[in-house]
Design a protein around this ligand. Structure first.
Ligand code: ZN
Ligand code: ZN
Length: 293
């Protein structure tokens, strides 16, 4: 937890991870110990088709969760992995179903009081035109560590989020580890979340309000000042702005110790997001920001 200069509390959490209850290599307690030692405030255990139990682990909040999927291994037919977190009841029928439709999984999670996250859309080859038809997705993973080398492919979903964004669909962005084998993918990608207290209800509320950001290290926030989007960050090498315009000289701010970067909001721009590359290459990702003009 850290407290920012305005006195807000920020909690560190991972919303997607596995244990040996499905295809992970460690027991739930071994997994939780790793996150506890890395300073996490909350973790959701989200084994495939198995709903975990909410509990406290040495002062760290363990949210319940489960990774639903539609059982398809055919990217052309459509692969959907939907992570449900913070459920008040168990939608067992859909949870254990092998060929559930994505909207059916999202609705089952929502009806149980949980939040539904679209997991690793780049890995799943999710198509913007298909995802646009879905309702009730709380956020999606702009980065999923375990989907990257040397374990897998397509960890980064920025292009998918940009295509959604250009059509006016804001998908708030999380980063998760999706840890399975605990060979270095754990405790790498996470969110900082602003809330009064670290409880399941407060976390769900903050996620729905967009009060969180995805990172591997950089801490940052932004303000809109005099027609500019101004980013304040812990020391970084690059801040990159992703918008609906082409080349602009202020698309990228690069240097040795960047702590402030600004992007002049162009007349037509209605949506912007940004990424930060920290001193050692660790990334930070904002969610898309809707600009009122
Ligand atoms: Zn998955
Ligand atoms: Zn997973």
């Amino acid at each position: 937890m850290y407290i920012d200069e305005k006195g807000n509390k920020w909690f560190k959490g991972n919303l997607h991870t596995h244990t040996n209850r499905s295809d992970g290599s460690l027991s739930p307690d071994e997994v939780l110990m790793q996150y506890k030692q890395a300073g996490y405030d909350f973790v959701a255990l989200t084994d495939h088709r198995i709903l975990s139990t909410k509990r406290d682990f040495q002062g760290m909040l363990v949210m319940n969760g489960c990774e639903f999927d539609n059982g398809s291994a055919d990217f052309r037919a459509g692969v959907y992995h939907i992570v449900g977190v913070g459920l008040n009841s168990d939608p067992e029928k859909v949870r254990t179903k092998r060929n559930a439709e994505p909207q059916e999984m999202i609705d089952a999670i929502s009806n149980a009081g949980g939040l539904a996250f679209l997991a690793h859309p780049a890995w799943s080859f999710n198509r913007p035109d298909e995802v646009k038809k879905l309702h009730g997705i709380a956020a999606t993973e702009i980065y999923n560590t375990f989907s990257g080398a040397p374990w897998n492919k397509h960890p980064y979903s920025g292009e998918f989020i940009d295509m959604m964004m250009l059509d006016g669909y804001i998908m708030n962005c999380t980063a998760t580890d999706d840890s399975h084998w605990y060979q270095g993918e754990q405790c790498r990608s996470y969110i900082w979340l602003k809330a009064e207290e670290c409880t399941t209800e407060a976390i769900k509320k903050a996620i729905l309000a967009g009060d969180f950001y995805a990172t591997q290290g950089p801490r940052f926030h932004h303000e809109i000042e005099d027609g500019k989007l101004v980013v304040y960050t812990t020391p970084a090498q690059t801040v990159t702005f992703f918008t609906d315009t082409g080349y602009e000289p202020d698309n990228v701010t690069h240097g040795y110790f960047v702590q402030r970067a600004e992007y002049k909001i162009k007349r037509k721009s209605f949506i912007i997001r940004y990424e930060i590359t920290g001193i050692n290459g660790e990334m930070g990702w904002s969610s898309p920001i809707r600009i009122e003009q």
